[in-house]
Design a protein around this ligand. Sequence first.
Ligand code: GAR
Length: 197
Amino acid sequence: MARKKLGVLISGRGSNMQALIDAARAPDYPAEVAIVISNVPGAAGLARAAEAGLPVITIDHRKFGKGADAKHLFEAALHQALEEAGAEIVCLAGFMRLLSGSFAGRWYGRMVNIHPSLLPAFKGLDVHAAMLAAGVKIAGCTVHYVSAEMDAGPIIGQAAVPVLAGDTAESLAARILAAEHQLYPECVRRVALGQAH
Ligand code: GAR
């Protein structure tokens, strides 16, 4: 069976990208990382991907200026790089740029994201502090298809973790991140096999 080619988009440390790279080392994993693209020059994840022998590209969104045109040009460059790499599934892995509805539409059903909360609760940024402030006792992470609306596309999978007494945003984030590293490869496996609905 041909392995599906993944285009992984990152902005930072790339630990979820690493989880996908590690999963794809198994010969029966139905996908492989074809390209890693960062919008942040020098993102730590780029070095990790290069160390794994993978092609990496930086497409710095700031080089395109500001405003709607800039976003359009940035996304056109992203799209071209993904196409050139033969990407069939796009995995957002700590990619911190909001993508336009038109980009989301182009990749709809073929682009997934991981988010560190049990969606639809706690969309957006700084979710760990928000969960502690809200006093929730169960936290977790979600893998979902990317739609035009932020953190709102159809859910593919979720994992729950407890919030413990004395948790800080950092300790909670670390517990959720460990769950993310299990959940993301498992969900991408189902997407690659056409079993994620
Ligand atoms: C992860 O916790 C991921 O869920 C989150 O950023 C972190 C990236 O870590 N993503 C979002 O908040 C997206 N809205 P990583 O670079 O080590 O994978």
